[in-house]
Design a binder for this molecule. Structure first.
Ligand code: NAD
Length: 428
């Protein structure tokens, strides 16, 4: 029986970062996998890791080099699928963990994909538009060895968007000599993108939020919602909760925290962020707070929707809420998870709560293959059904096995992945 963890030689065994967080989650699910646990080591080793050098010519004529990655964690159930992140703190450990969470997420909502993720360690705010385009195109060229509509399909993540996806698609089309719109998702509508994709992750957070609130007896009307991250995920979730009658009492982004106990004007906040780049300076608030104070704000629903490892053993004891909806990937460390569960806070884990994005990415990919596009209502209705079904299936496992929703999601998803692994067998 193998029990050792896969430690690629270049990871620091003293601090595995987000990959260590993922390995602990796998250890927690292993006792529930029955005979399939024979295959669990598969989940602890990414199938393929590609590290690339991405050189570009800066506008001033100098040459800059950036480090990029594409990790394909597991492809037992289908081609790799997962976003591309441009951020100054991107590490291989982080991309490995994000790729593994994609494996779990895709299996949790039962879309026919494996898990993958990519990233470049760069602060895109320091680049001009032209530099960003050259960076994206060179990165795409470097990873074109392993991506493709039937191999691995990137999508947007932190600091990447529709425009970046359009450049990726175009670069891939130039290399391949044919127009393969299905090589990336999250594209502009004019290039085979899907209606509803931009809002899909936030919408999915809202749908599971409604389901979780019903289980906990929390009325959405009047519920106090606190959100960290006001981008694609947090910003859309804020709008949907506010439209449903909830009070968005606090929003934190990289510029600070704005608070109003009667609820912030979310539409005005979007306008302010679009104009100024952050929530800081938003008029008509009660308080502008320091970063750490955010976690002590009393709420009914808390939505971390920024980056991973935000809720830790240090701030979890401060948290006063009933439900946590993990819009971000990996926002809660395993130690914090235990503290929050002991406080009887219901956590809807990232691998379920933010799966709406990849679900509509799947719809986009299917539409691209068939060149037949669906209406927004159709997309939203299908998304809602998939998210509700996944939530209910996870809820039933959690009740049956008396485990948290996170472990229940991992049980359901890892069972699907390892069943596929088992029937496929090993090659040769
Ligand atoms: P985004 O770039 O659109 O927004 C990120 C937000 O986080 C911004 O408001 C930013 O100000 C804020 N932020 C950054 N650093 C912060 C800090 N230190 N403290 C507080 N706030 C900070 O990114 P996004 O697409 O909304 O992604 C957010 C999270 O959701 C990430 O973990 C991402 O992996 C995850 N996610 C995104 C999608 C998607 O479809 N976009 C899907 C699934 C999961």
């Amino acid at each position: 029986m193998t029990t050792q963890h896969a430690l690629p030689s270049y990871l620091n065994p003293e601090d595995l970062g987000p990959w260590g967080q993922y390995l602990k989650q796998i250890d927690r699910v292993t006792p529930h996998l029955g005979n399939l646990s024979r295959w669990v080591e598969t989940l602890k080793r990414p199938k393929r890791i590609l590290t690339v050098d991405v050189p570009i010519e800066r506008d001033d004529g100098s040459i800059a080099h950036y480090e990029g990655y594409r990790v394909q964690h597991n492809m037992s159930r289908g081609p790799g699928k997962g976003g591309v992140r441009f951020h100054q703190d991107v590490t291989l450990s982080e991309v490995m963990a994000l790729s593994a969470w994609m494996t779990v997420k895709n299996a949790a909502v039962n879309v026919p994909y494996g898990g993958a993720k990519g990233g470049i360690r760069v602060d895109p705010k320091t680049l001009s538009r032209g530099e960003l385009q050259r960076l994206t195109r060179r990165y795409t060229s470097e990873i074109s060895l392993i991506i493709g509509p039937n191999k691995d399909i990137p999508a947007p993540d932190v600091n990447t968007n529709e425009q970046v996806m359009a450049w990726m698609m175009d670069s891939y089309a130039m290399i391949e000599g044919n127009l393969s719109t299905g090589v990336v998702t999250g594209k502009p509508i004019s290039l085979g993108g899907s209606l509803g994709r931009r809002e899909a992750t936030g919408r999915g957070v809202f749908v599971v939020g409604q389901a979780a609130a019903a289980k906990r007896g929390v009325a959405i009307q009047g519920a106090r919602v606190a959100i960290q991250g006001f981008g694609n995920v947090g910003g859309v979730a804020a709008t949907m909760f506010a439209d449903a009658g909830a009070k968005v009492i606090a929003v934190q982004d990289h510029t600070g925290t704005v608070v109003h106990s009667n609820g912030l004007d979310v539409a005005q906040l979007h306008k302010h962020v679009a104009e100024t780049g952050g929530v800081k300076g938003f008029p008509g608030i009660e308080q502008f707070m320091d970063r750490d104070a955010f976690w002590g704000i009393e709420s009914d629903i808390l939505i971390p929707a920024a980056l991973e490892q935000q809720i830790t053993a240090a701030n979890a004891p401060l948290i006063r809420t009933k439900i946590i909806l993990e819009g971000a990937n990996g926002p809660t460390t395993p130690e914090a998870d235990d503290i929050l569960s002991d406080k009887d806070i219901l956590i809807v884990p990232d691998v379920l709560a933010n799966a709406g994005g990849v679900t509509v990415s799947y719809f986009e990919w299917v539409q691209d293959f068939s060149s037949f596009f669906w209406s927004e209502d159709e997309i939203n209705a299908r998304l809602t059904r998939i998210m509700q079904d996944a939530f209910n299936a996870v809820w039933d496992v959690s009740q049956d096995k008396k485990v948290t929703l996170r472990t229940a999601t991992f049980i359901l998803a890892c069972t699907r992945v390892l069943q596929a692994r088992e029937v496929r067998g090993l090659y040769p």
